[in-house]
Design a protein around this ligand. Sequence first.
Ligand code: NAD
Ligand code: WQD
Length: 340
Amino acid sequence: MALLITGGAGYIGSHTVVELLEAGQEVIVLDNLANSSRASLQRVAQITGREPQLIEGDVRDARLLDRLFAEHPVEAVVHFAGLKAVGESVRHPLDYYDNNVGGSLALCQAMARAGVRRLAFSSSATVYGAPADMPIPETCPIGIPTNPYGQSKRMVEDMLNDLVASDPRWSIALLRYFNPVGAHPSGLIGEDPDGIPNNLLPYITQVAVGRLERLAVFGDDYPTIDGTGVRDYIHVVDLARGHLAALGFLSTHPGIHAWNLGTGTGYSVLQIIEAFERASGRPVPYTIAPRRPGDVAQCWSDPAKAMRELGWRATLGLDRMMEDAWRWQSGNPAGYAEAD
Ligand code: NAD
Ligand code: WQD
């Protein structure tokens, strides 16, 4: 039996494919390479000694999905494929609903036709909106996401809840990621954003490697430890392992299950800069800039449910996140571009 990994050539997908291959699983990747390249999977093969099969195509392509399920004995799907840039989602909302909601819909329909009913979905802490109390447990009511990207994740969660209510044979995981950072310790795979990064860590690593001049810290007047925004950064390898734990649980527990995948600890932007400078030995010049619209002051998880039910918890600390992010960026200053 095999696992279908949509979006498996991307940042989180490629790290999860490594963990799955190393656990002896058969893996098929479906990716349209809209935000990734074949190079990441070639690097996965270098790490694991096994080349995952890539089917280049779109998750919204119903005929392709039917053929894929007919030709391969898929027992479960991990659905990473989608668009993830918050600012772009505000400018092009229809693209986000089309890809993220339409893609998940087409996938579930094809799974239903094929009788494959086990799914792990990449959701996000963004579905909680801006809760008043920290940490955030899964029982926190779903909030009102402040952008179409977050809204698309919320809509898919709603759709999956309705699906399980209609047919209890499904087993579905809603994996709510906090802030994934870092890279595989080999330095061979990592985050490779297109254009100027939106997220903090890739921005910092690109400043450190000389691709960008200086970091803008968005706001220093939040009610936090030092006035800058606080987030729950989680090493991408820990996050990847959370998927294996969730898939194991789903095989014996039908129904729908939400889990936070975070560490339970928040760090401020200034704490991240300091930790990165320590790990890399490079200075990160920055200036204080106005708050970024839509940002919350703080956001960190209560990860106890995943620990209790999955036996999973994050084990790699802040220093490892920074060291591994730097090993990837310093070894691949232009990301995968040189490997293409
Ligand atoms: P990514 O862009 O690196 O990976 C997504 C992959 O999906 C890419 O390889 C892209 O080419 C592919 N893809 C996009 N649209 C597709 C389509 N229609 N058909 C087939 N393939 C398609 O992003 P990532 O950071 O690895 O994120 C993976 C998932 O996790 C996404 O669903 C994202 O929304 C979610 N998520 C990410 C974060 C984060 O901060 N990185 C946080 C929470 C949730
Ligand atoms: C982290 C902190 C910024 C960039 C986003 C999405 C969320 C999820 C993860 C997918 C904040 C500050 C950032 C910079 C800065 N994605 N910052 N200068 O905003 O927590 O979450 O990515 O689901 O949905 O919203 O992550 O890395 O952008 O920001 O000061 O150049 O760094 O203000 O406090 P965020 P981030």
